[in-house]
Design a protein around this ligand. Structure first.
Ligand SMILES: NC(=O)c1ccc[n+]([C@@H]2O[C@H](COP(=O)([O-])OP(=O)(O)OC[C@H]3O[C@@H](n4cnc5c(N)ncnc54)[C@H](O)[C@@H]3O)[C@@H](O)[C@H]2O)c1
Length: 338
């Protein structure tokens, strides 16, 4: 594990106009690194990139010429690859879109890195690679049984990365399996804006604000303490810090594969109650049926990240996380759309 301050690195943040990528780019710069955003804006926003004053290349990662040029022009040493499509339902309806953008495009990124002589890669993995686990908390060696093309696309990339490592002694990578990313930058500068928004906490806040008419809770008959499903909510600033810590550990021939979560699970009803405490307002809730494929409970055993690179989540209670979303959404009721 690193003890001295890591040297500054030049990092391409692929998907840096998106939610987790923009927060990570910000933290990279704050930690003294250089962050260059690469994004086709298909699902991200120019606004956070402009606010951060980051150099940016607005192009598709499938455009190999543009990508190799960007890697060389900016002297990139590490690629952090956040760019992907990430809607489970959409992946079921359009699997080829997901295998194209999440798998084929990633192969292209790895080829472009080879061409440009870049050897360090940090990948956005996901707890969706585990599917419905037999046990919680989930350890990294739990069976990988993704239940959607989205989850399978991410697992495929992990397998490709392991093969690349075996074939190339200069290569190194980290695959960080996030649980439920949430929250907004603690200084209020950046937020989460997806269209459509499928994540629980922003939907709870938008229902409180009246931006959405109500919040639908999918399933109240799960075998959990209060009948709703349980997830591990990990703050986006914590995720960003984990990327920076993992990056600093990469050296030729090394791979890091680990969970990023708090290790604690909260039910949907617990999140709603926490939001009501934070905002002092009632969440208008309607109750619907379970959604196909939703696991009962998913939360991480996050101990490997602590052992490998000394990371653990700082923001552990839902109130703190929800307060960061509430602050940002009050200042930006339309998200980045204003
Ligand atoms: N948000 C979560 O809870 C969560 C959990 C686990 C894993 N992940 C993974 O983390 C990553 C980031 O998630 P997010 O919530 O920030 O997503 P996001 O949609 O906000 O950001 C993704 C960004 O990638 C860009 N992009 C997509 N395809 C591209 C392409 N071909 N070329 C260039 N740019 C492209 C989009 O425009 C967008 O700005 C994704 O890989 C996702 O699968 C997210």
């Amino acid at each position: 594990m690193q003890t001295e301050k890591p040297r500054p690195m030049r990092v391409l943040v692929a998907g840096g106009a998106g939610y987790i990528g923009s927060h990570t780019a910000k933290r990279l710069v704050e930690a003294g690194h250089v962050a260059v955003v690469y994004d086709n804006l298909s699902r991200g926003h120019r606004k956070p990139v402009e606010m951060l004053g980051l150099p940016a290349v607005y192009a598709d990662l499938a455009d190999r010429t543009a990508l190799v040029h960007a890697l060389r022009e900016h002297g990139i040493e590490v690629v952090m690859h956040f760019a992907a499509y990430a809607y489970v339902g959409e992946s079921v309806a359009e699997p080829l879109l997901y295998y194209d953008n999440n798998v084929a495009t990633t192969i292209g990124v790895l080829r472009a890195m080879r061409e440009a002589g870049v050897h360090r890669f940090v990948f956005s993995g996901t707890c969706a690679t585990y599917g419905n686990p037999d046990h919680v908390p989930i350890r990294e060696d739990a069976p990988k049984r993704p239940v959607s093309p989205y989850g399978r696309s991410k697992l495929m990339v992990e397998e490709i990365l392991a093969d690349c490592l075996a074939a190339d002694p200069h290569f190194s990578y980290a695959s960080l399996r996030y649980f439920n990313a949430c929250g907004c930058a603690m200084d209020g500068s950046l937020g989460e804006h997806h269209e459509p928004e499928t994540h629980l906490i922003p939907n709870v806040i938008q229902a409180i604000q009246g931006v959405k008419r109500e919040l639908t809770v999918f399933g109240t008959d799960y075998p959990t303490a209060d009948g709703t499903n349980v997830r591990d909510y990990i703050h986006v600033d914590d995720l960003a810090d984990a990327h920076i810590a993992a990056m600093s550990e990469l050296e030729p021939g090394r791979s890091i594969v680990c969970n990023l979560g708090t290790g604690r699970g909260f039910s949907v009803r617990e999140i709603i109650a926490a939001a009501e405490r934070v905002t002092g307002r009632k969440v208008p809730v309607v109750y619907g049926a379970r959604r196909a494929g939703d696991a009962i409970a998913l939360y991480a055993d996050p101990s490997r990240a602590r052992e490998l690179f000394g990371w653990e989540a700082k923001y552990r209670d839902p109130e703190t996380i929800i307060a960061s979303v509430w602050r940002w959404r009050q200042a930006h009721p339309k998200g980045y759309r204003e």
